[in-house]
Design a protein around this ligand. Structure first.
Ligand SMILES: CC(=O)N[C@H]1[C@@H](OP(=O)(O)OP(=O)(O)OC[C@H]2O[C@@H](n3ccc(=O)[nH]c3=O)[C@H](O)[C@@H]2O)O[C@H](CO)[C@@H](O)[C@@H]1O[C@H](C)C(=O)N[C@@H](C)C(=O)N[C@H](CCC(=O)O)C(=O)O
Ligand SMILES: Nc1ncnc2c1ncn2[C@@H]1O[C@H](COP(=O)(O)OP(=O)(O)OP(=O)(O)O)[C@@H](O)[C@H]1O
Ligand SMILES: N[C@H](CCC[C@H](N)C(=O)O)C(=O)O
Ligand SMILES: [Mg+2]
Length: 486
């Protein structure tokens, strides 16, 4: 594709620089990583958290880059094939979308601190239940007919994303639900995606290592409504969160068709809800119609996720009746309050992905009403991530569980003892066991009739990253092993 066509009409700034033969430069691929450049590619230099792509322009050109896009004022000698733009990341996303071309016709995205993976998964399942060829893209990877690929990022980088979307469209996928992480939104990873609807679940503490303030974190999330969702499209918003009003205001300001769900919802309004250990039941109203819904999953919070997913499905052509009947067959996303096994006495062991204070609080509160004995929790916190959440999660665990074992999550480049001691600072009375497998074995060994064990923080993850090495590790496998050894 010619560089002038990659720019389209959205980047007059580039068009103005494409003088003479420059506009005819042929581009065969696109990348933001100089190490991946192949002859004929366009290299887009972006500033990151560790490096600045501008430092690698010479590297990219030496590998045969046909042209380079860099930030304005990067101090380069703009040559025949080096162009400067004010927003290279936005260009990268939109150019990747143009280069790869196809996307599933109906795409939706969900943001929020907790529930994104669950909502994306449920939306895919509701569509599939109606016979549509549907996919989900998120923390657990890519799920589509004939595909179950393990992923690394919640929102893939734009080049990976658009290649994937083109492949999915090629495979016949017509509907796709994706997670929009705050990093992804802030870094313009989704800027080239054509959205039919978008959703917001809730906002809690997370990623304060990356976002300077909670307001910045919320503002990144609101880019989904403010910058990405085409004006007038359905914006499905969970109405019962502390930040709902702000999300509604942002979506209204952007001119969207706001559809709220929950107790305070007017699109799907939750009238009565009953929580059981392994399922949630509710009565909901949609206009004048009344529906009984049954979600066969543990965790009070799954009602909220199910309503947001139903809202997205109903905003993309599924009848309310079909959406709600699909909920009865829902499968939970892997590692989201997932029952992994039980002892001979019937004590239950769950694996959960809570790795932020609100999520941990929700999960521990969800299992309490059905626990006649003790709630035992095993968790840690990841390294190179928000440090401020550590004592808060320690406090939440100490307050809501009877037995707290603090262990390692993914220490990454940090010293594991330091991470644990920061959690322990808030976790009065907790026990520390560094080795995660041993912590799980110890907790399982304590289980008596009526107890509930929650192993939190790693959910579906299949490895543990210590330093720069990721070793195979699965909370599911360790819990099963420990239960088997009883
Ligand atoms: C903090 C963060 O979001 N980092 C992501 C970001 O990296 P970055 O832009 O900061 O990259 P950088 O290392 O500073 O380098 C800057 C640029 O120089 C380029 N470079 C670098 C070296 C070189 O030799 N040549 C070269 O061209 C790099 O390719 C990059 O384009 O863009 C990279 C490419 O897309 C991502 O791989 C990387 O994810 C890292 C691995 C990561 O851990 N990200 C996490 C925090 C993340 O994004 N999480 C969210 C949310 C999770 C959730 O709560 O659900 C997610 O969506 O997964
Ligand atoms: N609606 C919700 N409200 C509060 N907590 C929730 C909600 N949904 C899920 N959780 C908790 O958060 C954990 C992660 O859920 P899920 O993976 O669906 O969220 P996510 O937003 O995709 O998270 P991540 O940002 O880590 O990818 C669950 O294991 C559960 O502990
Ligand atoms: N997508 C999240 C997941 C964190 C999961 C937890 N196990 C950790 O390693 O901190 C992140 O990258 O921040
Ligand atoms: Mg997720």
């Amino acid at each position: 594709m010619k560089i002038k066509d990659l720019a389209g009409t959205n980047f007059p700034e580039l068009s103005a620089q494409l003088k003479g033969n420059a506009s005819e430069i042929d581009i065969s691929g696109i990348t933001a990583d100089s190490r991946q450049v192949k002859p004929g590619d366009l290299f887009v230099a972006v500033a990151g958290t560790k490096a600045n792509g501008s430092a690698y322009i010479a590297d990219a050109l030496s590998r045969g880059a046909a042209a380079v896009i860099a930030a304005k004022g990067s101090g380069l000698e703009a040559g025949a094939s080096v162009f400067e733009l004010s927003e290279p990341r936005r260009f990268l996303a939109q150019a990747a979308a143009r280069l790869y071309g196809r996307q599933p016709e109906t795409m939706v995205a969900v943001t929020g601190t907790a529930g994104k993976t669950s909502v994306a998964s449920f939306t895919r399942q509701i569509w599939a239940h109606s016979g549509l060829s549907a996919a989900m893209i998120g923390t657990t990877g890519v799920t589509a007919p004939g595909r179950n690929d393990y992923g690394s990022l919640t929102t893939p980088d734009p080049v990976t994303l658009h290649k994937l979307l083109a492949d999915l469209a090629e495979e016949g996928v017509t509907h796709a639900a994706m997670e929009a992480s705050s990093h992804g939104l802030d870094q313009n990873r989704l800027d080239g995606v054509r959205l039919a609807a978008a959703a917001f679940t809730n906002l809690g503490r997370d990623h304060m290592d990356y976002h300077p303030t909670v307001e910045h974190y919320m503002a990144s999330k609101m880019r989904l409504f403010g910058a990405l969702l085409p004006k007038g499209s359905p914006a499905v918003i969970f109405a019962d969160d502390q930040w709902s009003a702000e999300a509604i205001a942002a979506a209204r300001k952007a001119g969207h068709d706001v559809r709220t769900v929950g107790r305070n919802g007017d699109f799907i309004s939750l009238k009565r809800v009953e929580h059981f250990r392994h399922k949630q039941s509710a009565e909901v109203h949609v206009g004048d119609d009344i529906f009984e819904i049954h979600v066969p999953l543990a965790g009070d919070f799954q009602v909220a996720n199910a309503l947001v997913a139903a809202g997205l499905a109903m905003s993309t052509g599924i009848e309310a009746k079909a959406a709600f009947s699909a909920l009865e067959k829902l499968q939970g996303a892997s590692g989201r309050l997932e029952l992994v096994g039980q002892t001979k006495d019937g004590a239950l062991a769950y694996v959960d992905y809570a790795h932020k204070p609100d999520a941990l609080e929700n999960v521990l509160e969800s299992v309490r009403p059905f626990t006649t004995g003790r709630v035992i929790v095993v968790f840690g916190c990841g390294g190179d991530r928000d440090k401020g959440k550590r004592p808060i999660m320690g406090e939440v665990a100490a307050r809501l569980a009877d037995v707290v074992i603090v262990t390692d999550d993914n220490p990454r480049s940090e010293i594991p003892e330091v991470i644990r001691s920061e959690i322990m600072a808030g976790a009065k009375g907790a026990t520390e066991i560094a080795d995660r497998a041993e912590a799980i074995r110890t907790a399982v060994g304590m289980l008596k009739a009526g107890d509930t064990l929650i192993v939190a923080g790693k959910g579906h993850e299949e490895g543990q990253t210590i330093g720069s090495v990721t070793l195979p590790f699965s909370d599911h496998a360790e819990v099963r092993k420990a239960l088997g050894g009883l």
